[in-house]
Write a protein that binds this ligand. Sequence first.
Ligand SMILES: Cc1cc2nc3c(=O)[nH]c(=O)nc-3n(C[C@H](O)[C@H](O)[C@H](O)COP(=O)(O)OP(=O)(O)OC[C@H]3O[C@@H](n4cnc5c(N)ncnc54)[C@H](O)[C@@H]3O)c2cc1C
Length: 494
Amino acid sequence: MTSTNSGKRERIVVIGGDAAGMSAAHQALRVAKARGREIEVVALERTGYTSYSACGIPYWIAGDVEEGEDLVARDPARHRAMGVDLRTGATATRVDLDQKRVTYRDADGEHELGYDQLVVATGARAIVPAWARGADGEVYAGVGPVKDLDDGEAWIDRFAARSGQHVVIAGGSYIGVEMAEAAVRRGHRVTVLTRSRVMSTLEPELSKRVADTMEAAGVEVVEDAEVQSLDVTGDGVIEKVTTVRGTTYSCDLLVLALGITPATDFLSGCGLLVGKSGGLQPDARGHLRDGVWAAGDCCETRHRLTGEWVYLPLGTHANKQGRAAGENAAGGSLAFGGVVGTAITRFAADQHYLEIARTGLSLAEAEAAGLDAEGLLTEGTTTSGYLPEAEPIAVHVVAERVTRRLLGAQIVGGHGAGKRIDAVAAALWGGMTVDDLAWMDLAYAPPFATAWEVVQVAARRLAERLTPLVEVRPSRLVAGAPRTSGPAERGSKP
Ligand SMILES: Cc1cc2nc3c(=O)[nH]c(=O)nc-3n(C[C@H](O)[C@H](O)[C@H](O)COP(=O)(O)OP(=O)(O)OC[C@H]3O[C@@H](n4cnc5c(N)ncnc54)[C@H](O)[C@@H]3O)c2cc1C
């Protein structure tokens, strides 16, 4: 069946019905309405779900969220009621950029759909290695990723089947840590096998604190352990995993937390630019080429500090990028300003609780980017130390030596520690120095912080180690306002 779009309202076709896609669809409708234009927005979604919080899936599995439906922000009926021609169970299989047509498949067969503007928001697929599949190509029953609501449901069923199972988690990054929490809270024995370190983008000292907390909660954490193969019985029940080093671990269930890859295969041959990750590379407006836009996990994005393309697939970016792409596809003007690499999670089981956050570059990343950087770890408490709720917090700050430019920070600590990263992210976004961070006006009262907030202590201590500035930088001066304190004000010479 073919549907062209000659002589009709302008048609925007969105492929993908989750965070990026539906943000784009609704923003396009809003922009068109505000401008008094009539447009048609058709959204194609492969599954039956729309606009759900994948981020909430580990907490649903852990038991903090009752139903998968609670994670759905807007279901298909709501999107349709709001004016989107949403077609679920519809998988886009091909795009003809010259003819401006999308081919998609649904239960009724294959269809062609013409578009004036196309928004690609197909997200990503979980990485499922060949060793996780049987001879029939199917993933073994006790094995699975954690990517969508069906995966969440499957893990709830597997965990509920029997308590005390041995759950092995392949991968020690965000989803690995979150699934370790879920499995241990569901009463299982948990082993995390991770190729390098747990939360390997953290500084080694902080990564170790995460591993220590997990181990204190009963999780076995094995580093330098990459899964290579599975031992499976004749009827497909997994029994053991073996790592590249040849060590074997007994295993009832295996969580695949090995990362994701952009779902852009159906565009191969279109000539669209993709990066090393396979992600599309749209400009800040989400634009790829004439009439084609992209947003979300199917894209790479620009890192504001290095200017490099990076693949940092996060829901917070997908929502913003989708809004920008939808706005621009409908004739508006909105830019997504790139990323600084901010992310947060936690590990919580029994009395063991740790918030984990990072923004910007780690020391190793800064050095790999060719920057002359220095980093420093500082310890403190989340509230004034005399209050009973005070918990340890460790902050690692990185700055460029000569320019004193703030490059990044990482935080690991108790309740209230993690979201402090936002102050650092804001400072990074604004291109501030480590002195600015040390001396900026942040909130203080004993239940929330120490008088010298620990993030600022960390920044100040690092600032004191760096080459003092010889000149005050005029760009930092605001008419009528006192100058930023610290070495710039002191004007000390090396
Ligand atoms: C377990 C988990 C925890 C997470 N935690 C966090 C977190 O704490 N914070 C955070 O910021 N991010 C988190 N994320 C990441 C976040 O969920 C994603 O970045 C976000 O969902 C990306 O949205 P998207 O719309 O770009 O892609 P997706 O959510 O992948 O949506 C893409 C949609 O396109 C559909 N689709 C794909 N191909 C086609 C096709 N050919 N035709 C039609 N439809 C198609 C898919 O079915 C899917 O519904 C987490 C992700 C997971 C899995």
